[in-house]
Design a protein around this ligand. Structure first.
Ligand code: BV8
Ligand code: ZN
Length: 249
């Protein structure tokens, strides 16, 4: 990154990696997985976000995701998503590695987003793996589900369930980015789901400055050089100046 003098203080050569979890979308009205009011208070993850649950009761799993999708498509990016998108003009590179499936980072303007756990805007055939967009899939079986593919297989949400491996290329790219990150901002994640959470440890082991933005402590708070114990929508806009100061050293 060429450092021109006039905007030295507003540009940084740093490689910034944002590691995002459900807490980033909380202020957009979408439930988190754990913690107060979490999605999984009434349901348990093992019950619904697994291939076994889908095999046992495809209708129940499909309806849970269709219900979540209807809220996602109404949701708007919040100040946290928007600030992360704004960082793109200020750092040499900004890569968003997200566990979220709501695509709010992209709708806020983030261009380099790695979705470790897939996305809920896509449905995929359980048999031939053909993909169609979720709105069309839901329209095939209003209120019911899951829809059937032309090949006779069942359509499922395009997300990674527990026990399923992460998309290989996406994860390999996320590992490479975690290795080279100079700053890692872990925001809105309980850092309890692996191998995703391992990326924070990898970045720290490779010398990244780790900043945790979360309303409560997490198992990886110990790795953070800096902790902001507040909602992401309030913390991130205030964090920008500090991030730029890191890069200016
Ligand atoms: C795999 C998509 C094997 C679907 C999801 C023991 C040790 C290590 C691993 C395991 C183990 N036992 C089991 C495993 C494997 C398992 C795992 O890690 N389990 C955990 C529970 C222990 N992992 C897997 O199964 C993964 N696959 O390992 O495959 C394999 C390997 C090779 C070959 C074949 C197979 C797949 C995991 C992916 C599961 N899919 N989601 C869906 O969305 O329905 S996981 C799910 O949890 C979401 O993706 C979610 O994002 C993710 C993590 O949760 P968070 O994003 O962190 O959200 P959470 O609610 O937990 O936390 C929110 C945080 O935000 C809180 O801290 C809260 O305080 C904070 N917050 C709230 N509001 C705000 C806020 N912060 C700031 N501002 C706010 N306003
Ligand atoms: Zn099919």
């Amino acid at each position: 990154m060429h450092r021109s003098h006039h905007n030295e203080s507003t540009e940084s050569g740093s490689h910034l990696l944002v590691f995002a979890g459900a807490g980033v979308s909380a202020e957009s009205g979408l439930g988190t997985f754990r913690g107060p009011g979490g999605l999984w208070e009434e349901f348990r993850p093992e019950e619904l976000a697994t291939p076994e649950a889908f095999a046992r009761d495809p209708g129940r799993v499909w309806r849970w995701y269709a219900e979540r999708f209807s809220r996602m498509r109404e949701a708007l990016p919040n100040a946290a998503h928007l600030e992360i998108a704004r960082w793109q003009g200020l750092f040499a590179s900004v890569v968003v590695v997200t566990q979220n499936i709501d695509r709010l980072h992209q709708r806020a303007g983030s261009r380099d987003v790695l979705e470790l756990h897939g996305d809920l805007w896509t449905a995929r055939c359980n048999r031939c793996r053909r993909e169609i967009d979720m709105p069309s899939a839901i329209d095939l079986v209003p209120g019911g589900g899951p829809p059937k593919c032309a090949c006779g297989g069942l359509l499922r949400p395009g997300v990674v369930w527990f026990g399923e491996s992460l998309p290989e290329l996406v994860f390999a790219r996320a590992v490479a980015e975690a290795r080279r990150a100079e700053i890692l901002v872990a925001v809105g994640t309980s850092a309890t789901v692996y191998p995703a959470a391992g990326l924070i440890e990898l970045a720290a082991a490779n010398g990244a400055q780790v900043i945790e933005v979360n309303r409560e402590p997490t198992p990886l708070s110990r790795l953070a050089h800096r902790v902001l114990r507040e909602p992401a929508g309030e913390a991130l806009p205030r964090l920008t100046a500090e991030l730029l100061a890191y890069g200016a050293e």
